[in-house]
Design a protein around this ligand. Structure first.
Ligand code: ADP
Ligand code: MG
Length: 234
């Protein structure tokens, strides 16, 4: 699969599959194409050549089928993107009510269960600005889960957080991983990769440079490029 932005070749012959229940961590230098990779998976960006299949089907280009696909792929970004004028519970129930047509009461019950799961049920009636960054990111995860996604994409979910809040978000993600959620996670958090990843994909300059098991990647990277990158972040 290939993707250009004008003359910039951002994704170069990317060949990547994520199996059901697998947790793949994508790591690599800034500008390497990691966010673009996340965005093409649910067609927030179109690709130029090649194809993407999801759950055995070619990715639809538009229309109802695309909306359906997007509702099955959760996304959690660096900036939490919560609706600031809606309560925490409303943030979590909006998708199920509007997109899935689920009855409010049922959506709220499930929303509260999900907020419980990410450890913030007691904040349900508050507004995003009243929560810490770590709490807001956990709401974003609950919101993604509320759509019963088949897969969740995480694009540097802890990069915007104060250091003391990183772990509470990673703990929720580790929990999801052990519950069998299919996850593609762009992160530089080694601890998370070691605890939860089935595979680490190292991406640089729009290419997949290497793929390894986490322990092997962190202790014995195969490429000079990865070795150099790791020496800078570790
Ligand atoms: P990463 O997430 O690994 O830092 P990105 O996928 O964000 O990398 O970006 C890869 C390259 O594509 C960068 O050079 C970036 O400037 C460029 N890029 C990203 N989005 C756009 C866009 N919408 N238009 C033009 N160039 C873009
Ligand atoms: Mg990025």
């Amino acid at each position: 699969m290939n993707k250009h932005f004008g003359t910039l070749h951002v994704l170069k012959d990317i060949d990547l599959s994520v199996a059901r229940g697998e947790v793949v961590v994508v790591i690599g230098p800034s500008g390497g194409g990691k966010s673009t990779l996340c965005r093409v998976i649910n067609r927030l960006e179109a690709i130029d050549s090649g194809g993407i299949t999801f759950d055995g089907q070619a990715l639809p280009a538009e229309g109802k089928a695309l909306a359906q696909l997007r509702s099955e792929v959760g996304m959690v970004f660096q900036s939490f993107n919560l609706f600031s004028h809606k309560t925490i519970l409303e943030n979590v129930t909006l998708g199920p009510i509007k997109v899935r047509g689920i009855a409010r009461q049922q959506a709220e019950q499930r929303g509260l269960e999900l907020l419980e799961r990410v450890g913030i049920a007691s904040q349900a009636a508050k507004y995003p600005a009243q929560l810490s960054g770590g709490q807001q990111q956990r709401v974003a995860i609950a919101r993604a889960l509320a759509m019963d996604p088949k897969m969740i994409l995480f694009d540097e979910p802890t990069s915007a957080l104060d250091p003391e809040m990183v772990q509470e978000v990673l703990d929720v993600m580790v929990g999801l991983a052990s519950d069998g959620m299919t996850m593609l996670v762009v992160t530089h958090e080694m601890g998370f990769a070691r605890r939860a990843a089935d595979r680490v994909v190292f991406m640089a300059d729009g290419q997949i440079v290497e793929e390894s098991e986490p322990e092997a990647f962190f202790t014995q990277p195969k490429s000079d490029r990865a070795r150099d990158f790791l020496s800078k972040i570790l």
